[in-house]
Design a protein around this ligand. Structure first.
Ligand SMILES: [Zn+2]
Ligand SMILES: [Zn+2]
Length: 397
């Protein structure tokens, strides 16, 4: 017998009740509430959703909407991505054969993500094998976070079927890719998938390079991004032969851009994309990894002027400064550029007294960020905020 449609009013009343309770809760009640809303609400609701999906898939009714399958139907109608829809369909299909898991899910004893792991495992080795070990897997799931539980499930898969586990790992390996987008709005998007081994190598390398420095206000995401770029910068520029690093970044810029003349065009990266004049000036400042070339007839002028810092000079600056000299920064030489206190395009010599070590973050602050440097004690330099620098310029003008 048909019912009178979904109980929308009742559901909305429950949502309002929770929202209202959360608004008035103190911290302790909020902690308890956050736990209970998943146990008693969100997870059991996902269990109900899964059983609905199962019946709907079996009915085949989704074809009435012109959908080619249950996953496309969910994408189109339930505001889910393809991945999220497929995961829910996987859960719906597998739970039918895993009654204990289904019960724990419906009771709120098992969270959605744990159930997703169980369902994936069942997909890989078959529900019969999972059912035999269901009790012990559930016990593990109830005491572990989803990440740890994934490890247990993978181990289980391996014990059950080493060949299947290997095939799965090989499938995962085949899915690896890295996409580096064309520059858009001054940003390049990275997006990719690595297998577990590649991921571990990358994470280890990044973790080693993303330690925060003193007074480091970068977010973990920003430090990770910097660690990645720094790693390749060193890789590309590092030459142990003593011949000095070779330029690997080629920028085309006009002399006006290099001079910082107002109205000058942006610099063009040879691999695509443009960078502001001040970035060209920063990159030219320590030309160890950069080659600046001119546009057309101006080529000779720039090529004559552009210079790199001789390795012996770089070594002398490192020996004198030891770390980045800005504020209390303690970043060591591998993370630094040689900054010309007076830019060479303005006649500043590439000589020890005119050079200081600045880490990439501080070098960027000084050029693109408009911060000033003020000589302090013991070869340290204080950072002067942009507004004060502008005011000082105005006074001296
Ligand atoms: Zn500089
Ligand atoms: Zn620094």
């Amino acid at each position: 017998m048909a019912t009178s449609g979904p109980p929308i009013k009742e559901t909305q009343a429950v949502v309002r009740l929770w929202a209202d309770r959360f608004r008035r809760a103190d911290d302790a009640e909020l902690a308890d509430g956050l736990i209970k809303i998943r146990e008693a609400g969100i997870d059991p609701f996902e269990a109900v959703f899964a059983s609905g999906v199962r019946r709907f898939e079996k009915s085949g009714e989704y074809v009435a909407d012109g959908a080619l399958g249950i996953v496309p139907w969910l994408r189109a109608n339930c505001k889910l991505s393809g991945g999220a829809a497929a995961e829910r369909v996987g859960i719906a299909r597998q739970l039918e054969h895993l009654p204990e898991t289904q019960k724990a899910f419906a009771n709120g004893d098992l969270g959605y993500q744990h159930v997703a792991v169980m369902a994936r495992t069942a997909e890989h080795v078959g529900t019969a094998a999972v059912r035999k070990a269901e009790a012990s897997l559930l016990e593990a799931a109830e005491t572990m976070d989803p990440g740890l539980f994934t490890g247990v499930a993978k181990n289980f898969e391996h014990r059950v079927d080493a060949a299947a586990a290997l095939a799965e790992a090989n499938r995962a390996h085949e899915r690896r890719y890295l996409h580096v987008s064309e520059p858009m709005d001054g940003m390049v998007r990275l997006d990719g998938l690595l297998d577990a081994e590649g991921g571990a190598i990358l994470r280890t390398a990044l973790n080693a390079g993303m330690l925060p420095g003193k007074d480091d206000d970068r977010t973990p995401g920003q430090r990770r991004a910097d660690a990645l770029v720094d790693f390749f910068r060193r890789k590309a520029g590092g030459s142990a032969s003593g011949a000095g690093p070779r330029p690997h970044l080629v920028i085309r810029a006009s002399p006006d851009t290099l001079l910082g003349t107002p109205g000058a065009p942006a610099g063009e990266l040879e691999v695509g994309g443009s960078v502001p004049a001040e970035t060209v000036r920063r990159l030219a400042c320590d030309a160890a990894l950069t080659r600046i070339t001119g546009r057309g007839e101006l080529e000779a002028e720039i090529t004559h002027a552009a210079r790199s810092i001789p390795p012996s000079t770089r070594r002398a600056v490192e020996a004198r400064d030891r770390t980045c000299v800005a504020g209390s920064c303690d970043r060591p030489p591998p993370w630094t550029d040689c900054h010309h206190l007076q830019h060479w395009t303005q006649g500043g010599p590439t000589k020890l007294p005119n050079l200081v070590l600045l880490c990439r973050r501080h070098h960027r602050m000084v050029h693109e960020g408009g911060w000033g440097l003020r000589r302090g004690e013991h070869r340290r330099w204080g950072l002067v905020p942009p507004m004060k620098v502008i005011a000082a310029h105005a006074r001296s003008a």
